[in-house]
Design a protein around this ligand. Structure first.
Ligand SMILES: O=C(O)c1ccccc1N[C@@H]1O[C@H](COP(=O)(O)O)[C@@H](O)[C@H]1O
Length: 241
């Protein structure tokens, strides 16, 4: 059986590594230098880094130079997201050498552009499906963007390689992942799914590992690592077969 991939998260706001609660602006807890955080996850054995420019996602500026510096400093694979919405921001993101980018708002607001870049870049493009219930949210999770399953069907048809599914109600809360949502998404698509939101314990990671046969490929872990609920080494051990 394949091993669940773990993607420690570094979300950057105003130059700092932060965690939010429910993705809401103003709920930040700061954890210092994004580069130091990323290097620490790499040193602890991470194979992936999930790196988010939150200011670009919220439209409150950007941390592009900093996320590019962090990406270039990594020897591991980087999934880069936040504010990648047009040719210029996509080109800049890919030029960092990241392994793939994660598109959120663009998949809701400019579907023709997203279909074009999926066709051009294949599995370098993932789409972030950030949901409340079954309603997608964009622009820093502040605006509704349509139905999850209708959008998923459209993106599947366009050849989207992978989805990063975040339950906003769980994100940053340490309440456990939404396993029902993940099962439902896996039932609706044959593409790999990266789970995001709510991981609080090693048992949560074991539960997500149990969904690997259904199509869950990986899990983003944020608050639990920063809050020291467990170490990354313990997490990697927990998901190893
Ligand atoms: O990761 C977060 O906590 C988060 C909170 C609020 C908004 C976005 C967030 N993260 C990620 O940002 C990208 C979407 O950016 P965009 O819409 O393409 O500009 C996506 O990966 C979200 O999961």
């Amino acid at each position: 059986m394949s091993t669940l991939e773990l993607l420690p998260a570094v979300d950057v706001r105003d130059g700092q590594a932060v965690r939010l609660v429910h993705g809401e602006s103003g709920t930040e807890t700061s954890y210092g230098s994004p580069l130091e955080a990323a290097l620490a996850w790499q040193a602890s054995g991470a194979e992936w880094l999930h790196l988010v420019d939150l200011d670009a996602a919220f439209g409150t500026g950007d941390n592009r130079a900093l996320v590019a510096e962090v990406t270039r400093a990594m020897d591991i694979k980087v999934e880069l997201s936040g504010g990648i919405r047009d040719d210029a921001t996509l080109a800049a993101a890919l030029a960092t050498g990241c392994t793939r980018v994660n598109l959120g708002t663009a998949a809701l607001e400019t579907p023709e552009w997203v279909a074009k870049v999926i066709a051009e870049h294949g599995d370098k493009i993932a789409v972030g499906l950030d949901v409340r219930g079954t309603t997608l949210r964009g622009r820093g999770w502040t605006r509704d963007g349509g139905d999850l399953y209708e959008t998923l069907a459209r993106l599947d048809q366009e050849g989207c390689a992978r989805y990063v599914v975040t339950d906003i109600a769980k994100d940053g809360t340490l309440q456990g992942p939404n396993l029902e949502l993940l099962k439902n998404v896996c039932a609706a698509t044959d593409r790999p799914v990266v789970a995001s939101g709510g991981v609080s314990s090693l048992d949560d990671l074991r539960a997500l590992s149990g969904l690997v046969p259904l199509g869950v490929e990986g899990a983003i872990v944020g608050k639990a690592l920063y809050a020291k609920a467990f170490t990354l080494e313990e997490a990697l051990e927990a998901v190893s077969p």
